[in-house]
Design a protein around this ligand. Structure first.
Ligand code: PMP
Length: 439
């Protein structure tokens, strides 16, 4: 299954690419587990094939964005029709349907604006929060990731002494500074899942805090669930101190379920950032959604939100097609995907038990993580360097055995996941687990 255009082996191809592309990847977060970056020539359903003809079960899903399944006919047809009809106009006639679908499913989506990346839309949310409250700083949590902007980087694993383990993804040189410095200038970086800590901070500094931003399920910190009642308490505290609550649902939105984590936990934030799966995985779209009165600041020209490609036809078409596909029959596609994924988790866990490898699997089925350790992580702070290092060993063994996972330990399925894929996983995972145990 070699590509027509690239008959070279992946090794040779990588030498060619690395001459110009730093590390052979366009994204530092791929460096930890891709010493020899993989280049694909074909993908179908839940499978993908690399240049050397190796077949993988794709639980990487473009960092969680790919939700509709590779080669999804309905999705591709919608994109093709858009290319032929309105590709290069600034905006097209599909906004209404795309927006109405988002508003129907996401509880906080009274109004909606599109962008391209999660990184930029988070910055727009912070800007709106500052303008709305007239305050300047924001609260963020250790272990949460909100994009690749200077003011919000860092804060992963304090036990390593470094905000993001620099051995893996690169340190923060060239940004505003390490977490400590940016904390001094813009944000307070505090532990998650502890409402008392947030309450104390708001008591003393609430007068200068515009926003609290959180992943409602901390997928980036190891798929850690919020403690019972935690998100509700955060909501109450934000109301009490006139602070805008921002849920970053760039991963959980349309992956955890149609209404995201906010629907699951019954907590409605003031603003929500969406991205990744919202456009199915084939093209980039992000969205900032929220309360009408806050979003009105954009209409009143009190706050700027701009971008040359915002609302581009291919993106809008992708959102419309994705949400139509996901919402059909009461969101059956996502529930079926989750069922299959639970089967995969059970197989992984039982093979690990058989091999005597300590392993936990945690988080919602659509964005769960495995961890090579004994106890479920109750806080992203517990996701330390030691666990990450073991997770990477399992990641690399899975990869060698034809199972591709994402960001070290996350397993992102798409809705085409079927019984054959579960069997494929079953047949290959034993080797991967045994290899990991032996290292
Ligand atoms: N927020 C969260 C929760 C994310 O997981 C990510 C990306 N992994 C971002 C923001 C940034 O999105 P993007 O990579 O599209 O800039």
């Amino acid at each position: 299954m070699k590509s027509q255009q690239n008959p070279a082996s992946m090794k040779e191809y990588n030498l060619r690419v690395k001459k110009y592309l730093p590390g052979g990847v366009h994204y530092n977060f791929r460096l930890p587990w891709e010493e020899t970056p993989i280049h694909f020539v074909k993908a179908d359903g839940s499978r993908a094939w690399d240049m050397d003809g190796n077949e993988y079960l794709d639980l990487y899903a473009r960092f969680g964005a790919m939700i509709v399944g590779h080669g999804n006919k309905e999705y591709n047809e919608c994109l093709k029709e858009t290319i032929d009809r309105v590709l290069s106009v600034s905006h097209c006639d599909m906004d209404a349907e795309a927006l109405e679908l988002i508003a129907k499913f996401i509880p906080s989506a009274e109004m909606i604006r599109f962008g391209l990346s999660g990184t930029e839309i988070v910055q727009n949310a912070l800007r709106l929060a500052r303008a709305w409250t007239g305050k300047n700083r924001f609260v963020r949590f250790i272990g949460h990731y909100h994009g690749n902007a200077d003011n919000i980087m860092g804060g992963r694993a304090p036990k390593t002494g470094d905000p993001i383990p620099s051995d893996y993804v690169g340190d923060l040189k060239g940004t505003d500074g390490r977490a400590k410095d940016s904390m001094e200038s813009q944000s307070y970086l505090i532990p998650w899942n502890n409402a008392d800590i947030l309450e104390n901070l708001l008591k003393s500094k609430g007068h200068e805090i515009a926003a609290v931003i959180t992943e409602p399920v901390c997928v980036n910190g190891g798929s850690v669930l919020p403690a019972p009642g935690y998100l509700k308490r955060v909501r109450e505290l934000c109301d009490e101190y006139n602070v805008v609550l921002i849920f970053d649902e760039i991963i959980t939105g349309f992956r955890m379920g149609l209404g995201g984590a906010q629907q699951e936990y019954g907590v409605t934030p003031d603003l929500t950032t969406l991205g990744k799966a919202i456009a199915g995985g084939g093209v980039p779209v992000s969205a900032l959604v929220g309360k009408k009165e806050i979003m009105q600041l954009l209409v009143d020209k009190k706050v700027i939100h701009a971008g040359t490609f915002n609302g581009y036809p291919l993106g809008t078409a992708a959102v419309k097609a994705t949400l139509e596909i996901l919402s059909r029959n009461n969101g059956q596609a996502i529930s079926q995907m989750n069922e299959k994924m639970v089967m995969i988790h059970e197989i992984l866990k039982s093979e690990a038990d058989n091999a005597g490898l300590p392993l936990v699997i945690q988080g919602p089925p659509g964005c769960a993580s495995y961890h090579v350790c004994k106890d479920v992580l109750k806080n992203p702070e517990e996701y330390d360097f030691e666990i990450m290092s073991l997770d990477i060993i399992l990641n690399n063994s899975l990869l060698k055995n034809g199972i591709l996972v994402s960001s070290i330990s996350r397993m992102y399925p798409n809705i085409s996941l079927n019984e054959d894929d579960v069997e494929w996983f079953r047949e290959r995972v034993r080797n991967a687990v045994i290899e990991t145990k032996e290292i």
